[in-house]
Design a protein around this ligand. Structure first.
Ligand SMILES: NC(=O)c1ccc[n+]([C@@H]2O[C@H](COP(=O)([O-])OP(=O)(O)OC[C@H]3O[C@@H](n4cnc5c(N)ncnc54)[C@H](O)[C@@H]3O)[C@@H](O)[C@H]2O)c1
Length: 225
């Protein structure tokens, strides 16, 4: 579980553990990650998903810790700070690296090392549709994750699936809201556990290959691909 220390990743980890899975939380935030792992009964491995050497070590250590991997969740992601086209190229490139390249690299390692299983990627409603978005590089990266999932579909015995959540109550969302004017109404919000339920359903459903779903607060799950 990448980015499992907090927010949606922690919520997914917690539900999978309740359902009997053994989970490794991989996160760049060691302090929060170790605390979360201890609280929910996961293992913790420090890894920055944008660093290839961290990812190879992560898979080696996770295989040892779990005795084999059958599910990989690409959850680490997000965007903060100035956006394309005003941001300098290094800044928007870093958003692409975190939200698209790292997902592609983790998925590639999973396809190489896992015989049978599933890779779940957390994209976003930002990657769908035709509306303008405050962070176009984030929207473009998430759209890339959506198409990566449907374009690969499955490889060997490994299925790819993708969940696109709408606004979800997480530390990242709290930081976004703190930057808005007081009294700003963000509208209905998902809880991380609701996104986790959809992820768990896709993990169980062997027929889900290249499937992409949209999750919105108070609305039925919508299949996009
Ligand atoms: N919160 C929302 O409204 C929302 C909506 C749609 C999609 N998403 C997506 O869901 C995912 C989780 O979002 P969240 O809101 O829970 O975020 P969050 O910031 O609350 O938590 C993300 C976690 O990822 C970790 N992380 C960040 N960069 C990392 C890196 N390079 N390597 C390893 N770990 C890293 C952070 O330390 C943190 O623990 C992201 O991919 C985000 O884009 C969130």
């Amino acid at each position: 579980m990448t980015g499992g220390a907090a927010g949606i990743g922690r919520g997914i980890s917690e539900l999978l553990i309740q359902e009997g899975a053994r989970v490794v939380i991989a996160d760049v935030d060691e302090q929060t990650g170790r605390r979360a792992a201890a609280e929910i009964g996961a293992s913790f491995i420090r890894a920055d998903v944008t660093k290839d050497e961290d990812l190879r070590r992560l898979f080696d250590e996770a295989e040892l810790a779990l005795g084999g991997i059958s599910v990989v969740v690409n959850n680490a992601g997000g965007v903060e700070g100035p956006s394309y086209p005003m941001a300098p190229a290094e800044e928007w490139s870093a958003v692409i690296d975190l939200n698209l390249r790292a997902v592609m690299r983790v998925t590639q390692l999973a396809l190489d090392r896992i015989e049978a299983g599933v890779v779940v990627s957390i994209a976003s409603v930002a990657g769908l549709g035709d509306e303008t978005h405050a962070a176009p590089e984030y929207a473009a990266a998430k759209a890339g994750v959506v198409r990566l999932t449907s374009a690969v579909g499955a490889h060997g015995g490994v299925r790819l699936v993708c969940v696109c959540p709408d606004s979800t109550r997480t530390p990242a969302m709290a930081r976004t809201l703190a930057a808005r004017p007081p009294g700003f109404d963000p509208g209905p919000m998902l809880e991380p556990g609701e996104v986790a339920e959809v992820v768990a359903g896709l993990i169980r459903d062997d027929s889900a290959r290249g499937r992409v779903v949209l999750v919105r607060a108070g609305a039925p799950v919508q299949v996009i691909a």
